[in-house]
Design a protein around this ligand. Structure first.
Ligand code: SIN
Length: 294
């Protein structure tokens, strides 16, 4: 197995492994080391069936069962389909607007996702990249004054897009507005530390995102907004100083560490061009607020 960095900032390509067969303990260990060191791993030319993807993903921990059952794969309810394909009856084959704003997966849950694993099944002729932001580097780059302002503070996270003035609801996803309105009514806010000490590496990372973080506990909107805008400015930074952009090929398998990485689907494609990925998610093993309370 060889590990080659894909940028100076984060990410590495791993070659010499076949993920469709079980890995020996030594390879597994080397892959975990690379994962913790580079945060995003790219493994090309993998042809995993949904069940093989589940098998590979399960080596990293327990898998989440996606909420939206109608977009899971027929072979396994652990595999969610991300796709812009619309059936003749108007229904969507997969999640159409998945990841369209910067976020860390499921930070709106008390126990957020740990690792997200995507395999490209079909790639559009143009567009469809995924961008990643290294949240360790962002944290390290913050002015000391900002670090002091956010130390020990908790961000307020919510899944509903209609509660969040920084995002919009995609017109391409059938029924999206009703779905997010229902979530606004039925889901509670969740608190997460703004600075997360990674449970395995011990490094500090900024932990918030324009998609899910709406405020800061104990602050008014007027107090929290300038701080959040400053923090989000590092993630959306035009110069992309702390970022890696993955240009997909069919059969790429990419996975990342949600504890220290924000990501977004860049878009830039449209029907009849189809983008389809299979997504599995390793569940988190702890609530971060239990570990590092304000
Ligand atoms: C995601 O946010 O999990 C999906 C990212 C993508 O589709 O590029």
């Amino acid at each position: 197995m060889e590990v080659t960095p894909v940028s100076d900032i984060m990410g590495a390509e791993v070659t010499g492994v076949d993920l469709s067969v079980p890995m020996d303990a030594e390879t597994q260990c080397a892959l975990r080391d690379a994962f913790l060191k580079y945060q995003v791993l790219v493994i090309r030319d993998q042809h995993l069936t949904p069940l093989q993807q589940v098998e590979f993903s399960s080596q990293w921990g327990e898998l989440e069962i996606p909420d939206n059952v109608q977009h899971t794969h027929g072979d396994s309810n652990r595999v969610m389909i991300l796709s812009n394909e619309i059936r003749p009856d108007g229904s969507a084959v997969g999640v159409v607007d998945g990841g369209d704003f910067w976020h860390s997966d499921s930070s709106h849950h008390t126990v957020p996702s740990m690792i997200t694993i995507l395999q490209s099944v079909r790639h559009p002729s143009k567009g469809g990249d995924t961008e990643f932001c290294n949240m360790y580097k962002v944290y390290e780059d913050l002015p000391e004054e900002t670090k002091a302002k956010i130390e020990g503070k908790l961000g307020v996270h919510h899944v509903s897009k209609v509660k969040n003035k920084r995002v919009t609801v995609s017109p391409d996803r059938p029924g999206a507005k009703d779905f997010y309105e229902m979530q606004a009514k039925t889901r509670e806010d969740v608190l997460q530390p703004l600075v997360l000490t990674h449970p395995e590496t011990g490094r500090k990372a900024l932990y918030c995102s324009p998609r899910f973080t709406l405020g800061i506990q104990g602050m008014t909107e007027e107090e929290a907004d300038p701080i959040l805008d400053e923090l989000f400015g590092y993630i959306t930074d035009r110069k992309r100083r702390w970022h890696y952009r993955h240009k997909w090929q069919d059969n790429d398998l990419v996975f990342w560490d949600n504890r220290c990485v924000c990501h977004r689907a860049v878009g830039g494609y449209g029907l009849p061009d189809i983008r389809c990925l299979h997504r599995t998610v390793v569940a988190g093993d702890r609530a971060y607020t239990d570990q590092q309370a304000a």
